[in-house]
Design a protein around this ligand. Structure first.
Ligand SMILES: NC(=O)c1ccc[n+]([C@@H]2O[C@H](COP(=O)([O-])OP(=O)(O)OC[C@H]3O[C@@H](n4cnc5c(N)ncnc54)[C@H](O)[C@@H]3O)[C@@H](O)[C@H]2O)c1
Length: 427
């Protein structure tokens, strides 16, 4: 049994803390957010997530959350850092939370502790940013005063097939001993392979590559969707067709925009770092540009339909379905919904928005209320409640146009009711 402190109790840190407790470790959670800490100490999840809600209930106070590093870091054998690594308004990496948390940890950590960073970072961060902060407090990571490693988190919130427990992990340390210690720790908590890489940079680069792979493939399919739409070809039918090839094709799907704390963020980490060492990631930058264009494209689709009806977007009553960045979660970070709403408002539309997972940011209380108030609909998030809605409600509430930003509605049925339908790459 280890004493483990998880630093940052969010979408990544909280499931990890639960897993460590379940596997018999003594677990602390350190976070700067007092509300989160209080909720967790009452066995309540600060995140709307069935898995976390039931885990916290069944673990009954086996995670001690605190805002005070003195309470947990000095007694910990393992410290795992899961703080946010966002971008700033110029799309540059913002390592403030990482640097602040490491600085706090370095003041209280004991010799020989395993310190793992799970937060996504650009290759080089652990050696160039984390190690020097530890050095200031007299800990030389190259001499194993503290064993420092990176183990990128791969969790996909809401995914029931692949969970924190069964996802293969990769680890890389500043030293071979740190790699070995980190691998041993993860082998003790996950029911999956733990792969040891040659070093910390390889581990950092692995995560950035995984998420950048997603971003460029989504950009590719978004571009195909725009092109095929002009040619009157349904992209979903084409993806289905191409997916029948048993090798060398992996389906990705077009949509109203890429959101979340990872896919639209991580490529910028690499783009910026590479720039500093003299490499220009043209392809990655273009992918970001294409994906960033999707909220505008989605609103343009609506405008085209409105013009077909000889009406204008000014004062149009538009209902936006979904604020979260993906299906059946409450996470709104980098969600395209907010940009879509902002573009609509700039054009003078009268906008209502509803998300069953994000009620505090919805300005109408339910789906029925939204449909009642809207002549035009843009579906941004593929929540089950929207995907499975009774489409007859559209007719009942006299909806004129449906823009299906996730291609998840029955287009033929909608069209058969005399409603204009346009998806992303299908109409
Ligand atoms: N969300 C995902 O699906 C996902 C998946 C894989 C990797 N990641 C990566 O994991 C990291 C964490 O992401 P997340 O989604 O869990 O973020 P989050 O915002 O949900 O949680 C981060 C937590 O850290 C806390 N925090 C901030 N500064 C702190 C500090 N100085 N000391 C202690 N706590 C602090 C915040 O209060 C918050 O509770 C990021 O680097 C992200 O890129 C996220």
């Amino acid at each position: 049994m280890n004493t483990v402190t998880v630093v940052g109790l969010g979408y990544v840190g909280l499931p990890l803390a639960c897993l460590c407790a379940e596997k018999g470790n003594k677990v602390y959670g350190l976070d700067t957010d007092k509300n989160k800490v209080d909720l967790i100490n009452r066995n309540q999840s600060p995140i709307s997530d069935d898995y976390l809600t039931s885990k916290l209930k069944s673990l009954k106070n086996r995670i001690r959350a605190t805002t005070n590093a003195v309470e947990c870091i000095p007694s910990s054998d393992v410290v795992v850092v899961c703080v946010p690594t966002p971008i700033d308004k110029n799309n540059l990496p913002d390592l403030t939370a990482l640097m602040e948390s490491i600085s706090t940890i370095s003041k209280f950590i004991k010799q020989g502790t395993l310190l793992v960073v799970e937060s996504t970072v650009y290759p080089g961060t652990i050696e160039e940013v984390v190690a020097p902060i530890l050095k200031k407090q007299g800990f030389d990571a190259y001499k194993n005063d503290v064993f420092v490693a990176h183990c990128p988190e791969r969790i996909d919130p809401g995914n029931k097939r692949w969970t924190i427990d069964n996802l293969t992990r990769v680890v890389g340390g500043i030293t071979k001993e740190a790699t070995d210690k980190a691998a041993e720790f993860y082998r003790g908590i996950v029911n999956a392979n733990v792969i040891e890489l040659s070093g910390v940079k390889a581990a950092e680069a692995t995560k950035i590559m995984e998420n950048t792979f997603r971003d460029v493939n989504i950009a590719f399919v978004n571009e195909m969707a725009k092109s095929f739409d002009r040619a009157g070809i349904d992209i979903i039918e084409v993806i289905k067709g191409a997916s029948t090839k048993p090798f060398a094709f992996m389906p990705h799907y077009p949509g109203a925009g890429v959101g979340g704390h990872c896919i639209p963020v991580d490529p910028y980490y690499l783009i910026e770092k590479a720039k500093q060492i003299g490499f220009n990631h043209k392809f990655l930058s273009l992918a970001r540009e294409i994906n960033n264009s999707m909220p505008h494209y989605t609103v343009e689709l609506l405008e085209d339909c409105i013009h077909k009806l000889k009406k204008t977007i000014k004062n149009a009553k538009v209902g936006v379905l979904g604020l979260a960045y993906k299906a059946n979660v409450d996470d709104t970070r980098e969600s395209p919904a907010f940009e879509i709403i902002s573009i609509l408002k700039t054009k003078g539309a009268d906008v209502v928005a509803f998300d069953p997972y994000v009620k505090n940011l919805s300005n109408i209380k339910d789906l029925d209320g939204l449909l009642q108030k809207s002549d035009y609909i843009i579906l941004v998030t593929e929540h089950d409640e929207f995907k499975n809605m009774d489409l007859n409600m559209l007719k009942k509430h006299k909806v004129l146009v449906v823009i299906d930003g996730r291609n998840c509605l029955d287009k033929e049925k909608i069209k058969s009711m005399g409603i204009l339908y346009h998806g992303i790459g299908r109409s």
